[in-house]
Design a protein around this ligand. Structure first.
Ligand code: GLA
Length: 410
């Protein structure tokens, strides 16, 4: 046995008994994670060139500046395990090896993410981490990995809480802070037990670029199906532990209105913003959506409260998200296909978020300045628009209007 392997084995044997007491890494998920992931657009077409070009584009397109810091490789990067059981990469897809690719990503100021699975095989059939958790965590730390998405295929005989806690402990013991993104699709209600284990957990099966219709494959979900599952889970989310309604499909074939609504609802739900499109080839419409800093700021607000759906009137949904400093995000979402004209009477929207933040809108007592976050700032406004008067709006089909309401000083 090689000397280094002996040392690693010795380390693992010493550390495993303490594993039950390890804690997840703190301080890496104060706001929902932002970045890009290869799966939604590229699936098995992942390779080194794509990663390098995507890293370049994340910087040149201004995505890193906007907060998208993680560049995450999903399934299909793997080669076989070596003679000692350490995972390798597919040398044809990654001729320079993972360490060199991670170094390149880091040289751009980005962070680097990787993917594995708690079972024996990943969902695409590559080696999973089962039985190799500590070895894999050590390997990721050596490569300079900053983020692990951990999937749940081939897991039939595995206890979910144990499997995810085991990898949490392994990551902790490997010594490099790594964001732990749990991906067991909400199958075992992770929101009830995973705040101690991961930094985010998927709440549903996979997303598809379908807004509100049946999806082609049984495990895929439309944007609307996902919203309906995620909306009721807000009390489980908060700084350090987020509900993850899956990665974004903006730029992957829905209409611009649908993309805007999808992105906005993800921000209202304080969701991870992991882009899933080809960012080396984006339309201006896609850029305008994913780079809107005012809207991103709603998602990233430091209060860290997942927004709520206050009510639904026909096709119109009323969403609120309390923000730091007494502000609110207010979104009107039209699920129908035809535009809706509506007059917002603020007095009818006085309520208290009793479930999570305890905050009240108090439109009867307070005035707020209204900023429309999707309107291009073309017109010069002479006077601030406030909640002193009702607001007349038109919400296009399958689209949103989104406002930031900032309390005015008395
Ligand atoms: C599962 C996950 C997806 C993706 C694929 C990769 O379906 O939920 O997000 O990672 O596996 O095979």
């Amino acid at each position: 046995m090689k000397k280094t392997v002996r040392i690693w084995l010795l380390l693992a044997v010493t550390l495993i008994p303490a594993a039950g007491f390890a804690q997840k890494w703190e301080g890496v998920a104060e706001t929902p994670q932002m970045g890009w992931n290869s799966w939604n657009k590229f699936a098995s077409r992942l390779n080194e060139q794509l990663v390098r070009e995507t890293a370049d584009a994340m910087v040149s397109e201004g995505l890193l500046d906007a907060g998208y810091v993680y560049l995450n490789m999903d399934d299909c990067w793997h080669g076989p395990r070596d003679a000692d059981g350490f995972i390798t990469c597919d040398a044809t897809k990654f001729p320079s090896g993972i360490k060199a690719v991670a170094d390149y990503v880091h040289s751009k100021g980005l962070k680097f993410g990787i993917y594995s699975d708690a079972g024996r095989k990943t969902c695409a059939g590559f080696p999973g981490s089962f039985g190799h958790e500590y070895q894999d965590a050590i390997q990721y730390a050596r490569w300079g990995v900053d983020y692990l998405k951990y999937d749940w295929c081939s897991s039939e005989d595995i206890n979910p809480r144990g499997a995810y806690a085991l990898m949490r402990d392994a990551l902790r013991e490997a010594g490099r802070p790594i964001f732990f993104s749990m991906c067991e699709w909400g199958s075992n209600e992770p929101w009830l037990w995973a705040a101690e284990v991961g930094h985010s957990w998927r709440t549903t099966g996979d997303i598809a670029a379908v807004f509100d219709a049946r999806t082609r494959r049984s495990w895929e979900n439309s944007v609307m199906t996902i919203v309906e599952r995620n909306v009721g889970l807000r009390k489980y989310a908060g700084p350090g532990h987020w509900n993850d309604p899956d990665m974004l499909e903006v730029g992957n074939g829905m209409t611009v209105n649908e993309d805007r609504a999808h992105f906005t609802l993800w921000c209202m739900m304080a969701s991870p913003l992991i882009l899933g499109n080809d960012i080396c080839n984006m339309t201006q419409e896609t850029r305008d959506i994913i780079l809107n800093k005012d809207v991103i700021a709603i998602d990233q607000d430091p209060l860290g409260v997942q927004g709520l759906r206050l009510k639904v009137e026909d096709s119109l949904q009323f969403w609120f998200k309390p923000l730091a400093d007494g502000a609110w995000a207010f979104c009107l979402f039209n699920r129908g296909r035809t535009p809706v004209e509506y007059t917002v009477d603020w007095q009818t929207l006085c309520f208290t978020d009793t479930e999570v933040s305890g905050l009240s809108t108090e439109f009867d007592k307070k005035r707020y300045e209204i900023k429309n976050l999707w309107e291009k700032a073309t017109k010069k406004k002479t006077k601030a628009v406030t909640t002193a008067k009702p607001l007349r709006v038109t919400v296009p089909g399958r689209d949103v209007v989104l406002y930031r309401l900032t309390p005015l000083q008395k």
